[in-house]
Design a protein. Structure first.
Length: 230
């Protein structure tokens, strides 16, 4: 995440449950290790309107990816835990929350999508609307650069990784959320992987990460909605 704030916990969330937990022993040795779905034990508590906006956007993005037969994407969640001395005083909480709500938004439907996902040396770009580009009030807070571009090797497509920055209702935590790994097609190799895990390794077919694009999308949308407190 492109921020000056320390990220105390990181989660890679897919909505699957087979081999989706990092051991407590590993977390004791390395508290900053990337956690997975079954390690997330608390719900995110943010402004209900912002929650609904984020869930609507994630649902639209997941449906868009399913239409192009893409699976295996994740919601990357970063959690910054504020010290009591860092929490805003009550008189400035309202203005601070308003600033966070002004962070500009993007969707995968704004992709310039004229490439073959499996082909090398191509690029995907996310663009904001003209209103977002021209409106200075939509600039994100100073501490949170938005979006961040993650460089890849010359043989991989290049994408802009866009992050939502949200404060918890009690102002004690800051959440960073963004969808990642959006280039995996549900191809023959992935279909064979699913068959092998179900019939030879006897894994739970519903809990596997590998699903058909429509099933993956529906499960992902349902799971992401479940991590927010209502």
């Amino acid at each position: 995440f492109n921020t000056d704030l320390p990220i105390h916990e990181r989660y890679d969330l897919k909505g699957s449950w087979v081999k989706r937990k990092v051991s407590s022993e590993l977390l004791e040795r390395n508290p900053s290790a990337l956690r997975m779905d079954l390690n997330l034990e608390t719900k995110l508590k943010i402004d209900p309107l912002r929650r609904d906006d984020i869930l609507d956007q994630i649902a639209n993005d997941a449906k868009f990816l399913a239409k192009h037969r893409i699976i295996d994407y994740s919601l990357l969640l970063g959690v910054h835990k504020r010290l009591s001395s860092e929490c805003p005083s009550p008189e400035v909480q309202t203005s601070t929350s308003t600033l966070f709500r002004q962070t500009s938004t993007y969707t995968f439907e704004k992709l310039i999508y004229d490439f073959d996902v499996s082909a090398p040396k191509t690029s995907v770009y996310l663009h904001s609307s003209d209103e977002e580009q021209d409106n200075p009030m939509l600039e994100p807070p100073k501490s949170f650069s938005h979006p961040k571009t993650h460089s890849r090797t010359s043989s991989q497509p290049e994408i802009n990784f866009v992050v939502h920055c949200e404060e918890s209702l009690d102002m004690k935590q800051v959440y960073f959320l963004g969808m990642i790994d959006i280039l995996q097609l549900y191809d023959v190799q992935k279909q064979m992987e699913r068959v092998c895990k179900i019939w030879f390794l006897r894994k739970d077919r519903d809990g596997l990460s590998v699903q058909s694009p429509q099933k993956y999308s529906k499960r992902f949308i349902k799971y992401v909605a479940s991590i927010f407190e209502r």
